[in-house]
Design a protein around this ligand. Structure first.
Ligand SMILES: Nc1nc2c(ncn2[C@@H]2O[C@H](COP(=O)(O)OP(=O)(O)OP(=O)(O)O)[C@@H](O)[C@H]2O)c(=O)[nH]1
Ligand SMILES: [Mg+2]
Length: 174
């Protein structure tokens, strides 16, 4: 997940763009649907190309407008990819994003479906230390159980608005 975009010009309203990237079936659409509409669907309906939802927040007096995009994976959506395989592609996404956008973006690595923890193939420690090594923050969520999602977006907005108002803050080295 990455955010880009500038603070809105009208007073203390910030406008941020959030893009969810990832393999098919990892729960990108579910995360956004849970966050924006508090809905969850057990069925997997592959996102065609891209989808878009908005959300308004108020963080201690700062208004934040989020435009949340979900980008379909370049690979065919499938629920049969294993975590280890997906993790390799996370690393490729991160490399590409850093190459294209440098440190302008606020990177989050999200491990969704924590309700299926028994099927985990990548340990929490490995995921967290990898995230740290690329200047990203790691989050755990479950769209199904509505766990960790509010916290994820709230933290992201706080980091992003802080970086907007304090250019020295940056996004790496948390
Ligand atoms: N158990 C569990 N299932 C989830 C969770 N989040 C999503 N799912 C299920 O995983 C499947 C895929 O979810 P989607 O949100 O459609 O996945 P996606 O990443 O948008 O998939 P594509 O659009 O194909 O790229 C669906 O059957 C969801 O119900 C979760 O937190 N826990
Ligand atoms: Mg989708």
């Amino acid at each position: 997940m990455a955010t880009a975009g500038a603070a809105g010009s009208s007073g203390r309203t910030y406008s941020f763009k959030v893009v969810l990237l990832g393999e098919g079936c990892v729960g990108k659409t579910s995360l956004v649907l849970r966050y924006c509409e508090n809905k969850f669907n057990d069925k997997h309906i592959t996102t065609l190309q891209a989808s878009f939802l908005t959300k308004k927040l108020n963080i201690t007096g700062k208004r934040v407008n989020l435009a949340i995009w979900v980008r379909r994976s370049l690979m065919l959506g499938s629920c049969h990819h294993r975590d280890a395989f997906e993790y390799k592609t996370v690393k490729n996404w991160v490399k590409e994003l850093r190459k294209m956008l440098g440190n302008e973006i606020c990177l989050c690595i999200v491990g969704n479906k924590i309700d299926l923890d028994k099927d985990r193939n990548v340990s929490v420690e490995d995921a967290e230390s990898y995230a740290e090594s690329v200047g990203a923050k790691h989050y755990h969520t479950s769209a199904k159980l509505n766990k960790g999602i509010e916290e994820l977006f709230l933290d992201l907005c706080k980091r992003k608005s802080r970086a907007e108002s304090d250019p020295d803050f940056g996004f790496s080295g948390f």
